[in-house]
Design a protein around this ligand. Structure first.
Ligand code: SF4
Length: 295
């Protein structure tokens, strides 16, 4: 449903439009993290690239304006307007999963989300001096760029938050985290980005010498913006083999489920093994519908 079936402009099969709508839904927790990512990707890094990085107060003003626009859009559940798309919604586009499933998103929840956005921006400006110096020193900074490569018969897409290239030092990959707890292990995720950087077709704005380095040379940084902590990882062959194994196993499982030839209707595929996965899944409104209503 997420990768193949959804289609914002589908007219023949209304389930495909419905799958697109549901694919846009986020928890408020995930949304406030993606808002911070957007601010860094669309304001801080482009500003640095032209020598006018916004200061903390300017970024907070932009954050508040964007936060309010997106809350208004999401609370009105405008994702359900006929013909709505991400392009049409622009900077205001946001969709809350609770809103779709009849759970009110209260002012208290929104106030908590704003407090987290504010704290993340404060941490970015008041801490992480070494990381900020590293970002400034880079000869090229590229935020939110998809890296795509083929492996084990599937197309793999990775989107690192920030790539930094240097004239005479290995690239750095930064992943921003807006998690309440800083215990999440980002190593496999960052190792996947390193594998992707080594295998993806380079973008035109990658510097000419970008691929002279081995994956083990890369600096991989997890920057926890809520708990004010950063961790640096260096990966080795074991990490890369682990990532390759995971991708190969997922590819095998997908092929075993889909079979050969014409893909089956997604609604004929087996359901998740664990009920908890469904409880958090944005697609449950479509997936759990009786077959005669889903069509
Ligand atoms: S089976 Fe559950 S987890 Fe899988 S798509 Fe349906 S609702 Fe989501």
């Amino acid at each position: 449903l997420q990768t193949v079936f959804k289609n914002a402009r589908a007219t023949q099969d209304p389930r495909r439009r419905e799958a697109w709508v549901l694919a846009q839904l986020q928890s408020v927790y995930a949304w406030r993290g993606s808002l911070v990512d957007q601010l860094i990707e669309r304001y801080v890094i482009p500003g640095l690239n032209v020598g006018h990085a916004p200061g903390r107060d300017a970024l907070l003003r932009e954050a508040r304006a964007r936060f309010d626009r997106q809350v208004e859009f999401a609370q009105a559940h405008r994702v359900r307007e006929p013909g709505m798309s991400k392009v049409k919604g622009g900077d205001a586009f946001a969709a809350f999963m609770d809103r779709e499933y009849g759970i009110p998103v209260t002012q208290e929840v929104l106030d908590g989300a704003w407090a987290d956005v504010e704290r993340a921006i404060d941490t970015l400006y008041k801490s992480f001096q070494d990381l900020r110096a590293l970002i400034r020193a880079a000869s090229s900074r590229i935020a939110g760029r998809p890296l795509q490569f083929d492996f084990a018969g599937v197309r793999v897409l990775a989107v690192p938050d920030l790539l930094l290239f240097f004239r005479a030092a290995p690239p750095v990959i930064v992943d921003w985290k807006v998690h309440t707890s800083g215990t999440h292990d980002a190593r496999p995720q960052l190792a996947t980005y390193a594998l992707a950087l080594g295998n993806a077709k380079p973008h035109r704005d990658f510097p000419p010498s970008w691929n002279q380095w081995e994956a083990g040379d890369l600096r991989l940084i997890e920057a926890q913006l809520l708990v004010d902590r950063s961790r640096e990882y260096r990966i080795d062959d074991e990490d890369l083999t682990g990532v390759e194994d995971t991708i190969a196993r997922s590819a095998w499982a997908m092929r075993a489920t889909l079979g050969e030839g014409t893909p089956p209707d997604p609604f004929d595929l087996p359901h998740a093994h664990f009920g908890e996965a469904c409880a958090r899944c944005p697609f449950r409104g479509l997936c759990w519908r009786p077959p005669d209503e889903a069509a």
